[in-house]
Design a protein around this ligand. Structure first.
Ligand code: SF4
Ligand code: SF4
Length: 373
């Protein structure tokens, strides 16, 4: 028994070290449980998140995303994804590029498709587990799993009033991915706090009133209409200048003032196009820019139409509403001084340290150029 426990701890530690080496920003472990069974006697935020999800689809707030409503029992039990699964290893990868942006494209789609970027490194974690005889399958939006709920269960943060996962060090501009495995890993404590407190910024800043605390009405959400909906119908809300996604309810969130921009995913050229430039591109040119990015999730015609709509109301630019309401959003903040920061096991032990600040004249070329009087 002791040797089994020791090897479980050892394997978990090795996996976390590997996750750090692979450049993920945070990681944690959740024990696989069926969320449609009676809740356990200990805190389990994943159960609460599953019940919220059921209520959400019963109210029809998922709009046209029928795939989310299909077979909810599959989302309840990760063992449906991998029979015999015992653990979920969750990772976060930050994607914030800048706080100063007027791009009409949400920042998550500025770079190489995150599915590809994360998956090839998650596959390395899965390969590692397979070396020790376990079955393992990586996932990045590719399995019927409530990823945010399991991330909370793995101690990586809480689901905020904007319905996104919030991590106190990384904010909410993070991709979530993971590996589901039959290996037994040591679970982290779930994140049971909610640090939204009395804040309601995301709710008041949302230009389409798509948010009530912890609930998103996708039928009113710009991100839904510009990404998921098959077409921009007359019932769509004013897109406020966005043509793919919307970042307002993240941009205004005070927890994102602590987040440091990432430096691993360089933005592609399309991140800097204005709506006017998008409107002037031909469909084949748009297809070229969509290649290899998350922009592929929508059709070129829809991007063109959204860009044309943005031009009809040039006074509105992405984030203008947020800027008007919360002028401090662009200012980076000092690290939080709350007494609880770093108190949870995931925050304390399972997140990557901030990289050393880049110093000029570190490279040989720079040193050569610095020579002289
Ligand atoms: S993505 Fe935009 S439209 Fe959707 S809830 Fe957030 S602020 Fe509102
Ligand atoms: S803006 Fe405020 S209420 Fe909304 S998610 Fe962030 S902290 Fe929570």
């Amino acid at each position: 028994m002791t040797s089994v426990k020791l090897s479980t701890i050892w394997l978990t530690q090795r996996l976390k070290a590997l996750a750090q080496g692979l450049g993920f920003d945070a990681w944690g472990v959740a024990r696989v449980e069926a969320l449609d069974s009676p809740p356990p006697p200990y805190p389990s935020p994943a159960y609460e998140a599953y019940r919220r999800y059921l209520s959400w689809i019963q109210q029809g707030l998922h709009a046209g995303m029928e795939y989310l409503a299909q077979a909810p029992h599959l989302r309840a039990d990760p063992a449906h994804v991998l029979p015999g699964a015992r653990s979920l290893f969750l990772v976060l990868q930050r994607y914030l590029h800048t706080r100063q942006t007027r791009s009409p494209i949400a920042q998550y789609a500025w770079s190489e498709d995150y599915h590809v970027h994360l998956r090839r490194r998650l596959q390395i974690l899965a390969d590692y587990l397979q070396r020790y005889g376990a079955q393992a399958r990586p996932f990045v939006d590719t399995a019927p799993l409530l990823e945010k709920a399991w991330a909370v269960q793995a101690g990586l943060g809480w689901i905020g009033k904007n319905t996104l996962l919030l991590n106190r060090r990384l904010g909410s501009f993070t991709f979530i991915g993971g590996v589901i495995t039959t290996a037994e890993l040591t679970p982290d404590d779930p994140f049971v706090e909610d640090f939204c407190g009395s804040c309601n910024r995301c709710i008041t800043a949302c230009p389409t009133q798509a948010l009530t605390p912890y609930v998103l009405d996708a039928r009113r959400c710009i991100a839904y209409w510009t990404i998921e909906a098959p077409a921009l119908e007359p019932t769509a809300p004013d897109l406020q200048g966005w043509i793919f996604g919307c970042d307002i309810c993240q941009t205004v969130c005070p927890w994102n003032r602590f987040a440091q921009p990432q430096a691993t995913l360089p933005p592609a050229a399309h991140a800097f196009f204005s709506a006017q430039e998008w409107a002037q591109l031909s469909r084949s040119q748009i297809r070229k820019h969509q290649k290899g990015t998350a922009l592929r999730r929508t059709r070129p015609e829809k991007l063109q139409k959204a860009a044309t709509m943005a031009l009809t109301n040039p006074a509105k630019t992405p984030a203008a509403a947020a800027l008007a309401t919360y002028r401090d959003y662009a200012a980076p903040a000092e690290p939080p001084k709350l007494t609880h920061v770093g108190d949870t096991p995931a925050e304390r032990a399972h997140t990557a340290p901030e990289p050393a600040p880049y110093r000029t004249a570190d490279s040989r070329t720079e040193r050569l150029h610095k020579k002289g009087p």
